[in-house]
Design a protein around this ligand. Structure first.
Ligand SMILES: [Zn+2]
Length: 256
């Protein structure tokens, strides 16, 4: 990377270091993706490919448990089954170390929604929610919605909590988005660059985890008018291998 020394600012250095760090994870992710794809039959539909890829990736993530006890996410359920649904989703695909880290910092205050458009995540602080305010919320807790029908929506919202737990991890994703915008590069989903740029590119990590781990199929069947990806893994790996490999790499190797 060529940077004019006189123009070096802390932000430029942070971005450059994050991009360097990302290279390691991208290499890991590429190797893992190649090995999973190499073992799959060639004539799979996009949906079959996505299902198989997500499943095999999840199996590798779970293997990193190495005999340790499975982690249970610390939740407060505001509606019946919200915590269980979330646990079921995270169990399948999120590394246990990440769940333990989340628990060490605080709890997830969860409630079910029945319309995906209400999907929300908020880092809780006192006074944010009048309804449940100080009695329930402690510093370090998060409030997030849980949606039964699409697992990936819940992965996405949980990923917003990870951004605060692992700022260096998030920085790798944001730096790639910033570099690509400077270079005039493209994104598979306009939300990477368009949504909330005033807050930084905070959708980069959640969108990547969601697409790689989740499935939108049942949802799409219910709402055919919406153009959401159906098992978007194949498209992600083909059209944006850099972010797809980075996501795989951090799932298997990120520890802090
Ligand atoms: Zn988001």
């Amino acid at each position: 990377m060529n940077v004019d020394v006189k123009s070096l600012s802390a932000a430029v250095v942070d971005d450059a270091l994050a991009l360097l760090a990302a290279e390691r994870y991208i290499d890991v992710g590429r190797a893992v993706a190649d090995s999973i794809i190499g073992a799959l039959p060639e004539d799979l539909t996009e949906e079959q490919f996505g299902k198989q890829f997500a499943l095999r990736l999840a199996t590798r993530v779970q293997r990193t448990r190495k005999g340790k006890k499975k982690a249970t996410i610390a939740v407060v359920s505001l509606s019946k089954g919200a915590g269980q649904t979330l646990q079921g989703v995270l169990d399948k695909c999120i590394p246990d170390d990440w769940i333990r880290k989340s628990n060490a910092v605080g709890r997830l205050i969860t409630g079910k929604i029945d319309d995906v458009k209400q999907s929300r995540y908020i880092w809780a602080s006192k006074g944010v929610f009048r309804e449940i305010r100080d009695i329930l919320i402690h510093d370090g807790d998060s409030v997030m919605t849980v949606y039964d029908k699409i697992a990936s929506v819940n992965v996405h919202e949980f990923a917003h909590r990870l951004q605060k737990l692992y700022p260096d991890l998030d920085m790798m994703f944001q730096s790639i988005v910033r570099r690509r915008l400077r270079d005039g590069g493209k994104f598979i989903d306009s939300q990477y660059a368009d949504l909330y740029p005033q807050k930084g590119y905070i959708e980069a990590l959640p969108l990547s985890l969601e697409r790689l781990l989740g499935q939108h199929f049942d949802y799409l069947r219910d709402r055919p008018e919406l153009e959401v990806p159906v098992w978007g893994q194949k498209e992600f790996l083909e059209k944006d291998p850099e972010l797809a490999y980075l996501t795989i790499g951090v799932l298997l190797r990120w520890k802090e």
